[in-house]
Design a protein around this ligand. Structure first.
Ligand SMILES: Nc1ncnc2c1ncn2[C@@H]1O[C@H](COP(=O)(O)OP(=O)(O)OP(=O)(O)O)[C@@H](O)[C@H]1O
Ligand SMILES: N[C@@H](CCO)C(=O)O
Length: 308
């Protein structure tokens, strides 16, 4: 992945001063595509940190995001603790870009979550959905608005544009049903946003899509993010994820509603992959990545009844 903001030990030393620690060593974490992440070992803190340059936020949006992370961590959500500066704030600025630091979580970040951890991931998502307050939660992020839909018309892969628009038309009603339970959602529960710890728990990273949204849509995103093997939906993996979720959260899931929520999450994700890797950043090394999603949706529809 591209390294948007290279940082030297000297840069880190300046950034970390308000957190009362001094960097000893640092290493770029190359897995993410949106932000720049470095792991840092410091004198002053026992636990390593992950320093994140929030590449797509201004200072006030970064402060709101950091405040959300701090509140959610304090309420017991399984996520890294964000570091607080001496002056009580969480955000520093490096060359005009906002920077936050969180605890580094030891463990393993899998490309494909091994199936034995799917119930654990389901339980972790249920604990997110059990969060009771909606104070300070951002508005839904997993949405395509009018300008997105107009933009799709201009994509040079016209087969893909038609696929996006047709499916959006069929399933967008899932974002408009106010009778459905809503509350805290993660909005991007893919394997690369989870660390499996040595205690075999799951810690959830990257809350950039965190919002007050429909739980079923978030569960749909998790099915999209965790049940594929290659680009193919696996009914047994979905069963394990849903069993874990339902072991902690007793809800009646409508298979049809969940299927359409997964497809909405798929349309949203495919659209953003196209924007990111085919238009905005053709050097990301992920060209053609969006094509996995229509393949996933075909296999999902063919195999969905095997889940129940
Ligand atoms: N607190 C942490 N502890 C351990 N590893 C971390 C931590 N934060 C990030 N990482 C590692 O860095 C990778 C990228 O992190 P993250 O997903 O937050 O970045 P991003 O650029 O926002 O990525 P994307 O938008 O592609 O999901 C993770 O997949 C994980 O391997
Ligand atoms: N989960 C997204 C990446 C954004 O975090 C994807 O698979 O394209």
């Amino acid at each position: 992945m591209p390294l948007y903001t290279p940082l030297t030990l000297d840069d880190l030393s300046k950034i970390l001063k308000p957190y009362d620690c001094e960097p000893i060593s640092h290493a770029h974490l190359s897995a993410g595509v949106e932000n720049t992440n470095y792991r840092v070992r410091t004198r002053g803190r026992l636990q390593d940190g992950v320093l994140t340059v929030l590449e797509n936020r201004d200072l006030s949006s970064a402060e709101a995001y950091a405040g959300l992370l701090a509140r959610l961590h304090a309420s017991g959500i399984p996520m890294p603790r964000i570091w607080r500066r001496r002056d009580g704030g969480h955000v520093s600025v490096h060359r005009g870009k906002p920077v936050i630091v969180s605890d580094h979580i030891s463990g393993h970040c899998h490309d494909v979550l091994p199936s034995e951890f799917l119930p654990v991931a389901g339980r972790a998502l249920a604990s997110v959905h059990a969060h009771s307050s909606t104070d300070f939660l951002p508005d839904p992020v997993v949405r395509l608005g009018e300008s997105d839909l107009q933009h799709i018309d201009s994509f040079s892969d016209s087969t893909f544009s038609s696929w996006l628009l047709e499916w959006h038309d069929k399933v967008c009603y899932v974002t408009e049903d106010d009778s459905l339970p809503r509350g805290l959602t993660h909005g991007d529960l893919f394997a690369d946003n989870m660390i499996v710890t040595p205690r075999r728990d799951v810690v959830i990273l990257d809350w950039e899509n965190g919002a007050n949204d429909y739980h079923v849509l978030d569960l749909g995103m998790a099915v999209l993010g965790l049940t594929g093997v290659g680009a193919i939906f696996d009914a047994n993996r979905a069963r394990l994820l849903l069993e874990g979720y339902q072991s902690k959260r007793v809800v009646r899931l409508s298979p049809d509603r969940l299927l359409e929520s997964i497809i909405y999450a798929a349309v949203f994700t495919a659209y953003h992959r196209y924007l990111k890797h085919e238009i905005a950043d053709r050097a990301s090394g992920k060209q053609g990545y969006y094509r996995e999603i229509p393949t996933f949706v075909d296999s999902l529809i063919a195999r969905w009844s095997a889940v129940f």
